[in-house]
Design a protein around this ligand. Structure first.
Ligand code: CAA
Length: 258
């Protein structure tokens, strides 16, 4: 049974599924939806059976942004006092890999949510963009930061200034998505890939994610120190022994995540 109002969450083997579920407003993200996404993610985070989180949107969009109706009458102090984006910071702390499957619009907060995913699959009808400029505002949940880190200043500035939509093909060209797939195959292809990752050594995946996210943020030297610690740490795991012994015995490893 689904405990949530604005999302659907379920598990299937090693995958934890979260689906944004306000299709009549193209999955516009209200505050309650963000809380629910985080609640589901944090539940998957501590569920030993779950290895990968898959994020999708129901209906014809991934998400068309933050809920404009909810914030239209807000003032600056409302945002400040609510500290509204603190939940997005929790999202950045999820350690299990998150794969997003985007079909249709991923705009504004929807694009920001997609940019929080570790891997992105997109359907050929996917359209990304930051239309906030057209509303007299700007992204507030990491958009100017994550897009710039991802594609560099040149295109980030252009896309943020114009609010123009980015096609799935462009997104692929600029390295914003991992795969571009036919709409009918999006879910299936995403699941297939998620399952592949779910069968890798979980602690390797965990520390790789942590190291890559660190690398995006810090100097090469600092990143290297961090990587080295995580690398060493993996030699204290059973899966490292299992992985290397399996190689020597010419068999498939059986990873346990310990
Ligand atoms: N908030 C609230 N409602 C939204 C919404 C949003 N972000 N996006 C779409 N909807 C609603 C529409 O109002 C409409 O509702 P009604 O049927 O009750 O009129 C319904 O979803 C369907 O949308 P459209 O009829 O507009 O569908 P379309 O196919 O003609 O257009 C669209 C699709 C181009 C995405 C258009 O809906 C649109 O421009 N949406 C707003 C996009 C946007 O500006 N997003 C940024 C929000 S600000 C933000 O995200 C800030 C941040 O960084 C946190």
């Amino acid at each position: 049974s689904n405990r949530y109002e604005f999302i659907e969450a379920s598990t299937d083997g090693k995958l934890g599924h979260i689906s944004l579920n306000r299709p009549h407003v193209l999955n516009a993200i209200n505050q309650q939806m963000v809380l629910e996404i985080l609640a589901a993610m944090e539940e998957f985070e501590v569920d030993d059976t779950i290895r990968v989180i898959v994020l999708t949107g129901k209906g014809r969009a991934f998400a068309a942004g933050a809920d404009i109706d909810e914030m239209a009458n807000d003032g600056a102090i409302d945002f400040e006092l609510r500290n509204q984006f603190k939940d997005w910071d929790r999202l950045a702390m999820i350690k299990k890999p998150i794969i997003g499957a985007v079909q249709g619009f991923a705009l504004g907060g929807g694009f920001e949510l997609a940019l929080c995913c570790d891997l992105l699959f997109a359907a050929d009808n996917a359209e990304f963009g930051f239309p906030e400029v057209n509303l007299g505002v700007m992204p507030g949940a990491g958009g100017t930061v994550r897009l710039t880190k991802l594609v560099g200043k040149t295109k980030a500035m252009e896309w943020l200034f114009t609010g123009k939509r980015i096609t799935a093909m462009e997104a692929l060209q600029y390295g914003m998505i991992n795969r571009l797939v036919a709409k009918e195959l999006l879910f299936e292809e995403t699941i297939k890939f998620a399952e592949e990752i779910a069968n890798q050594a979980p602690l390797s995946i965990r520390f790789i994610k942590e190291s890559v996210l660190k690398a995006v943020d810090v100097s090469i030297d600092e990143g290297m120190q961090f990587e080295r610690k995580n690398f060493s740490l993996l030699f204290s795991t059973e899966d490292q022994k299992e992985g290397m012994i399996a190689f020597q015995e010419k068999r498939k490893p059986n990873f346990k995540g310990m």
